[in-house]
Design a protein around this ligand. Structure first.
Ligand code: SF4
Ligand code: SF4
Length: 191
């Protein structure tokens, strides 16, 4: 008899447990979803919500790059390769290539900190997926660009002056985080 009772009790507990579980599950049908459908159903692109010091995929403004190679030398895993050529006609030194392998990059920020002009900097971009590993190497030289030479009395060309200002502002906020406007050391991906 006790065997039958235990059998019936087990069936009862199984049914009530399943019912309790399903009650919780079904209650979610009437609640607002907590999940967000990324990337196309968000009110604002995530990139626009990231802080300025976020360490996203590196970008380079070659117009204010002096070709000093400080970033290439400081990179602990050799993600950056820069080639400088001499243009025999103009006698100007120009970039042959300036490549960054974002697949190898660990977003440590050392290159951006070492840059004297703020031409290499972390962007707010983080979507770098590619079907092909070669697609993860960013090539910044697309045409002959001469090395930038800072002017002694400051930039007179307004376009260049703006670029220099943006670079220096970035350095101020990124490389010297304890300075004015700084917010202390940030880990990868933090502001
Ligand atoms: S962020 Fe770090 S790992 Fe990436 S290129 Fe710069 S120095 Fe190299
Ligand atoms: S990006 Fe900056 S550190 Fe790198 S070569 Fe250009 S000026 Fe020098």
């Amino acid at each position: 008899m006790s065997g039958l009772l235990s059998y019936v009790k087990n069936i009862f507990e199984t049914v009530t447990t399943v019912f309790e579980g399903m009650t919780i599950t079904f209650s979610h049908l009437a609640r607002r979803p907590m999940t967000v459908q990324y990337p196309d159903r968000i009110a604002k692109p995530v990139q626009e919500t990231l802080p300025k010091r976020y360490r996203g995929i590196l970008e380079v403004d070659l117009d204010i790059c002096t070709g000093c190679l400080a970033c290439e030398r400081v990179c602990p895993i050799a993600c950056i390769t820069i080639g400088v050529d001499m243009n025999k006609e103009t006698k100007q030194r120009t970039f042959g290539h300036f490549d960054i392998d974002i697949c190898k990059c660990m977003y440590c920020g050392l290159c951006a900190e070492a840059c004297p002009t703020g031409s290499i900097r972390h962007s707010q971009e983080f979507e770098g997926a590619s079907y092909n590993p070669a697609g993860l190497v960013r090539h910044f030289v697309t045409k002959q660009v001469p090395l930038y030479k800072p002017k002694k009395g400051g930039e007179t060309d307004p376009t260049m002056a703006k670029k220099v200002e943006i670079g220096l502002e970035y350095l101020d906020e990124f490389a010297t985080p304890e300075g004015p406007g700084g917010a202390g050391g940030a880990g990868a991906g933090e502001g």
